[in-house]
Design a protein around this ligand. Structure first.
Ligand code: PMP
Length: 420
């Protein structure tokens, strides 16, 4: 599969060789790297992509969930162009930021007030800073296998990417262990940071019981419960906090919310967010040249106010659920060890049988199958993440979903003997 992949993409290969001269690994986003070289994309429209060698793809990756609106959605483009026509950044507060803040606060139960950043990573860093300032405590409890941004990735306690912030760890989806670990940290714990569905960790949803246990234990110790909904806020009208009914103290957001422009946001209870209130003494600073950049704010108002309305969000979630169910039916019928986990429009292919409720280290065999699946999908003209994740955009049609299902059925038939 690797050989035919490489042979069909001479231009991507040449671009990679050149890029390697000036960028380590030829790349500036680690997640986009895979051997022998990544496919370089040149153009996108709706749910279609074209690579540097002129090959066309159905885009099911959706820019790791930031591309919810499809490529070059007309209303997003118009909003950005209109904003830029009035001057690129103005070095001042503007009208759009409070409009977008209002749209977000109106959607997510935990968010009374909100501030903007340029990325989900920054949103998480600032939420943790807020929790520490609010509680006067040092530590944050995170999940083994959680991901909250390039510098907040918690594959294991020894992960060298961890920032030097004092951390405690617990296991995902283990309510008893989490309760015990939170209570053990007691009044040393400022925050608990959790994805209500592991995204990078393989689209593994949290159980309601687990989220409820986190809510209950943090209420007892006074730690700030932070839901990282950078990816999952697209699930239904009010994110996974809306669907699970568990309301955290703070929420972090990002990805699609500014129509695909760079974006992050964090918000929460008014009394916590007050640590940033410049009207008060001892304010926690949160600056950032591009925090209220006019293109993200303008695109975000259209994205959240006009396009991704609560009704559209609910319908998109339901469509994703239906597609994942159809894929899993096909996998089950084949009798092979393949399944798709996730919620709504986000799912990840796994090559093992049985329930998957926690992150796991893939075996070499599993990783080989993931790579094979990825290259087979590319050969079929379908683009997803190397790790097997999809984040369906609003531009993906029913026919596109059927095409993916057919490609998975073909994979199960052709490669089945390799699967357990
Ligand atoms: N949190 C989660 C759950 C994410 O999936 C990501 C990005 N994949 C981030 C935070 C970081 O966002 P960004 O890449 O915009 O910094």
């Amino acid at each position: 599969a690797r050989e035919s992949y490489a042979a069909a993409r001479p231009r991507s290969a040449a671009l990679h060789a050149r890029a390697r001269e000036v960028m380590p690994g030829g790349n500036t986003r680690s997640v986009l790297f895979y051997a022998p070289f990544p496919t370089a994309m040149q153009r996108g429209a709706g749910a279609r992509l074209w690579d540097a060698d002129g090959r066309a793809y159905l885009d099911l990756l959706g820019e790791y969930s930031a591309g919810l609106f499809g490529h070059s959605e007309g209303r997003i483009l118009a909003a950005v162009k209109a904003a830029l026509d009035s001057g690129i950044n103005l070095g001042a507060v503007g009208e759009r930021e409070s409009e977008l803040a209002g749209l977000i606060a109106g959607r997510f139960p935990s968010v009374e007030q909100v501030r903007f950043t340029n990325s989900g990573t920054e949103a998480n860093l600032m939420a943790l800073a807020a929790a520490r300032a609010f509680t006067g405590r040092p530590k944050t409890l995170v999940m083994r296998g959680g991901y909250h941004g390039g510098v907040l990735t918690f594959a294991s306690e020894r992960n060298p990417v961890n920032l030097p912030i004092p951390l405690a760890f617990t296991d995902y989806n283990d309510p008893e262990a989490a309760t015990r670990d939170i209570l053990a940290e007691g009044d040393g714990l400022a925050a608990v940071l959790v994805e209500p569905m592991l995204g990078s960790g393989g689209c593994i949803p949290a159980s309601d019981a687990f989220l409820r246990a986190l809510r209950e234990a943090t209420r007892r110790t006074g730690a700030v419960l932070v839901f990282d909904e950078v990816m999952t806020s697209r699930h239904g009208p009010a994110g996974l906090q809306g669907l699970t009914g568990v309301t955290p103290d703070m929420t972090t957001l990002g990805k699609y919310m500014a129509g695909g422009m760079s974006f992050g946001a964090f918000g929460g209870r008014r009394e916590i967010m007050a640590v940033f209130d410049g009207h008060r003494p001892g304010t926690l600073p949160h600056a950032g040249t591009f925090n209220n950049n006019v293109w993200s704010m303008a695109a975000g108002c259209v994205a959240m106010g006009e396009i991704f309305t609560p009704a559209v969000a609910a319908a998109h979630y339901a469509r994703g659920e239906a597609l994942r169910a159809a894929l899993n039916t096909a996998c089950a019928r084949s009798g092979r060890a393949m399944q798709f986990t996730g919620r709504g429009s986000m799912m990840t292919a796994h090559f093992r049988a049985g329930p998957i409720t926690a992150p796991y280290a893939a075996t070499a065999a599993e990783d080989g199958l993931r790579e094979l699946f990825f290259f087979d999908m590319l050969a079929a003209g379908i683009y997803l993440a190397r790790r097997g994740m999809t984040a369906l955009s609003l531009a993906v049609t029913e026919a596109d979903g059927a095409r993916f299902l057919a490609a998975v059925e073909e994979f199960l038939a052709a490669r089945g003997p390799l699967l357990a």
